[in-house]
Design a protein around this ligand. Structure first.
Ligand code: BES
Ligand code: MN
Ligand code: ZN
Length: 459
């Protein structure tokens, strides 16, 4: 990614960011030409609206950015997407919007997935405001771009080995240790559910368990767990075509866990990390797990496979059990776990689940502060019977009566989660509709909020 946020640039064009009610006052103080041009262009300072004001020589004199009613840093994503290439600086913006959040939104808004396109597109650059830690902004933007690139990359180029390679690079860059257990080794190392889900894939795309550990002894340990299904066909309970079409993104949880881990390591937060990523292809072959199979799990609980398409919770079961063995001070898991989460909250608002009210409040505060929205949903005990099995300790698809599929998936995970503070995020990792600053395709969700929460909680 080109560096779109810079410390300094000569002759940067001034940008005025305005709430809609500030617009009239602003224009009154300008030359008549600017006011007439804004009116002609129907510029109303709506959120994300951009007006490029020319000078008499036809160059850009200044830029107006609309912030809408309240004013939110996220409007600066549209600025990055709409401006022509060149250097810009913020000449005025509401005091409530922190300059680092402006710079970060600008960087996130300039993201493109161009790996398979002809290159050459030039990006506008933003001079960061006074006091902004540019390295920190870039590090967070890079991590978000990594997650988006991983999700966007087609499944033929983002298989288990590619995820392993990315994990190894991240570990190496930050002096972390990494172990990868692959294929039949998973049985020996006691990851039976990861093996069962991933064993139908061709040998080059064998399942694996990736474990990165980082940080100094004595610091509190955070376990980051991510669902890494490189493609989810649904297995033998095969997904319909429409549902399968976007299932390259089913490794989004793994991408998010690695990206969040990288942010934490790059900032040297005073914690230790264990990044636990089970990676599988939910494929179909003569060796695929079947509906009705009973699997062993690392924890020792037997799991009846009611539906092979509920594969994410199976691999997370073993990974969460592994997390518990490390006695973390906090466990976070991220997964594109259910379609039901989308039925409840839509693509923009990932649900999170935790029984820890203090942790929930910290997550909500952080989500608000960095405009990375999340919504708490309940681990509703009344539905826990819906995952009882007639033949095993538990089953992976809940009874129809319970209906709330995102909740019952979270309740399944809770059976395997460590006893300490734990939060589960059922992310979508995708923009189904493109708009300026939010291109359609892979999206980083929740990791800026989680980073801010962790930085505050372990300060
Ligand atoms: N990866 C899917 C969930 C998903 C689907 C996430 C669409 C985002 C968009 C998951 O593995 C799955 O198939 N879940 C099933 C579970 C069901 C079979 C109990 C679902 O949600 O329908
Ligand atoms: Mn599935
Ligand atoms: Zn899945």
């Amino acid at each position: 990614m080109t560096e779109v946020v810079v410390d300094h640039a000569e002759g940067a064009v001034p940008v005025h960011a305005l709430c809609d009610k500030e617009l009239a006052g602003f224009l009154d103080g300008r030359q008549a030409f600017v006011k007439a041009f804004a009116e002609l262009s129907d510029f109303k300072a709506k959120a994300g609206q951009v007006l490029v004001v020319p000078d008499t020589a036809g160059a850009i004199d200044r830029v107006l950015l609309g912030l809408g009613e309240a004013g939110d840093a996220q409007s600066f994503r549209a600025l990055a997407a709409k401006l022509p290439a060149g250097d810009y600086r913020i000449a005025s913006a509401p005091a409530e919007i922190a300059p680092d959040q402006i710079a970060l939104a600008f960087a996130l808004g300039s993201y493109r997935f161009d790996r398979y396109k002809k290159k050459g597109e030039k990006h506008p650059r933003l001079v960061a405001g006074e006091g902004v830690d540019v390295a920190q902004v870039r590090s967070i933007a890079h991590a978000c771009a990594l997650a988006r690139d991983m999700v966007n990359t087609p499944p033929n180029d983002m298989g288990p080995l590619q995820i392993e390679t990315i994990a190894r690079e991240i570990a190496e860059q930050h002096g972390a240790s990494i172990t990868v257990i692959t294929g039949e080794g998973l049985l020996e190392a006691n990851y039976p559910a990861v093996h069962a889900v991933g064993r139908a894939a061709v040998p080059e795309r064998a399942p694996r368990m990736i474990e990165i550990t980082w940080g100094e002894a004595g610091k509190p340990l955070i376990a980051l767990v991510g669902k890494g299904v490189v493609f989810d066909t649904g297995g033998l309970d095969i997904k319909p075509a429409a549902g399968m079409r976007n299932m390259k993104k089913d490794m989004g949880g793994a991408a998010h866990a690695l990206a969040l881990g990288r942010m934490i390591m790059a900032a040297s937060l005073p914690v230790r990390l264990a990044i636990l990523v089970p990676v599988v292809e939910n494929a179909i072959s003569g060796d695929a797990m079947r509906p009705g199979d009973v699997l062993d799990s690392r924890k020792g609980l037997t799991i009846e496979v009611g539906n092979t398409d509920a594969e994410g919770r199976l691999i997370l079961a073993d990974a969460l059990t592994r997390a518990g063995e490390l006695e973390p001070a906090l466990t976070i898991d991220l997964a594109t776990l259910t379609g039901a989460a989308r039925m409840a909250l839509g693509p923009q608002l990932p649900p999170f689940y935790t029984d820890d009210d203090e942790l929930a409040a910290q997550i909500e505060a952080a989500a608000q502060a960095v405009a990375d929205p999340l919504w708490r949903m309940p681990l509703w005990k009344g539905y826990v019977d819906s995952i009882d099995s007639d033949v095993a300790d538990i089953k992976n698809d809940s009874d129809a009566w319970a209906q709330a599929g995102s909740i019952t998936a979270a309740l399944f995970l809770q059976k395997f989660a460590p006893s300490g503070p734990w939060v589960h995020l059922d992310i979508f990792a995708w923009n189904p509709r493109g708009r300026p600053g939010w291109p359609s395709g892979g999206e980083a969700q929740s990791i800026r909020a989680l980073y801010a929460m962790i930085a505050a909680r372990f300060a």
